[in-house]
Design a protein around this ligand. Structure first.
Ligand SMILES: [Zn+2]
Length: 376
């Protein structure tokens, strides 16, 4: 089957300028596998940890994506159709309190994605992979650096080569995955993830600058149809996990965490939001996109946020579902977004927020996945 991947925010798959297409394809397959594993674990199936040395005996993820013992069930090609680099240099984002990010160049445009099922596996590929790709396109991302703006895309099937994607197709995929016991929820698991899309109405004017970004860099991004605000949002996201005596600054700590001293929140903040500085580099569990247009005539632009809250560091008396519910509340608050974006141009915003409330209810999980795939 042949798709066109059209970027909404820059695609990052390693050093896009210099390295070979083979490396780029590895990055694409790697991100597909990440989402498939999350889907498998959410379903109660088994996805091995590929970083462990033990050879896999054949888990639900390796059955499709291969392992040292088994070949991948499909062949994938990913090449440029019409894509342009977002620049030759990285963009520096330097915000007042010394927080600093460097956004490397990515690519905006269209890519050809072609997937062929290997002999005997054609059916698997043609019925399951399109469901996975739709989920990634509708609510997640592709490639690397999703946590800092990259990888939101649209999936076009101009030649209609793939199967129809409906609730039956989703049910078939979930039915193909082994289901285990609830309670053994390793992460990342779709069942523990939240997904959010925030739509901004910029009808009173699009932002023209962003705090800490050189004007020419901001204008270049804008001319390529994305607004580089992921770092600004990440900064405020971190503040939601920080106890502070300063009540003048909005947003402040999440209500469910407000009774704890900051020493109790440090590990949670570190594990959840990630840490790029110092000795211990820690990846972010929450991905944040840049802002991209959904309907330019109506001045509607959107940002995506998705991820999970790692269990280990949550203070006693709180759990990740309580934190997720608090995030949902916070994201509904317009003042929060005006603060994040450093301007007052947003006249209104709307939020779509999805997560599984009762994790023991398999039907709820199934509906949740179906709604994500069908973008309901
Ligand atoms: Zn495996």
């Amino acid at each position: 089957m042949n798709y066109i991947v059209r970027t909404k925010t820059p695609l990052f798959t390693g050093d896009v300028e210099r390295k070979t297409t083979a490396i780029r394809e590895t990055g694409i397959i790697g991100s597909m596998r990440w989402w498939y594993e999350a889907l498998v674990r959410g379903n109660g199936g088994h996805a091995c940890d590929p970083t462990l040395k033990d050879k896999c005996e054949g888990c639900d993820a390796c059955n499709v994506f291969g392992s040292t013992n088994a070949a991948r069930t499909f062949y994938l090609r990913f090449d440029e159709k019409s894509a342009k680099s977002t620049g030759t240099k990285q963009i520096k984002v330097e915000i007042d309190d010394g927080a600093r990010w460097y956004l490397p160049a990515g690519k905006m445009g269209e890519f050809n994605l072609s997937i062929v099922g290997l002999r005997g596996k054609k059916k698997i590929v043609e019925s399951y992979i399109p469901v996975l790709l739709k989920l990634m396109a509708n609510w997640g991302g592709i490639g690397a650096k999703n946590y800092i703006g990259y990888g939101v895309f649209e999936l076009l099937d101009e030649q209609c080569t793939a199967v129809k994607i409906d609730d039956l197709a989703v049910g078939k995929l979930l039915g193909s995955i082994s289901s285990g016991k609830p309670g053994t929820l390793k992460v990342p698991s779709l069942k523990k993830m939240f997904f959010c899309k925030v739509t901004f109405d910029f009808s009173s004017g699009l932002p023209d600058t962003a705090l800490g970004i050189a004007d020419r860099d901001f204008q270049r991004c804008k001319s390529q149809k994305f607004l580089p605000y992921a770092a600004h949002f990440r900064r405020q996201l971190r503040a939601l996990f920080r106890a502070s005596s300063d009540t003048s600054g909005y947003p402040s700590v999440l209500p469910c965490l407000s009774r704890f001293e900051d020493s109790k929140l440090w590990s949670l903040r570190h594990e959840t939001i990630g840490e790029a500085r110092g000795q211990s580099r820690q990846g972010s569990k929450i991905a944040v996109s840049h802002i991209y247009p959904v309907d330019e005539e109506k001045f509607l632009w959107e940002m995506r946020i998705w991820g999970y809250i790692p269990d280990q560091q949550i203070p006693a008396g709180v759990d990740d579902t309580i934190i997720i519910a608090d995030l949902k509340e916070r994201f509904a608050d317009e003042a929060f977004w005006r603060y994040c974006l450093g301007n007052r141009l947003i006249t209104k915003h709307s939020v779509r927020f999805r997560y599984v409330k009762n994790r023991d209810d398999y039907e709820e999980y199934k509906t949740f996945v179906t709604d994500l795939v069908l973008n309901l």
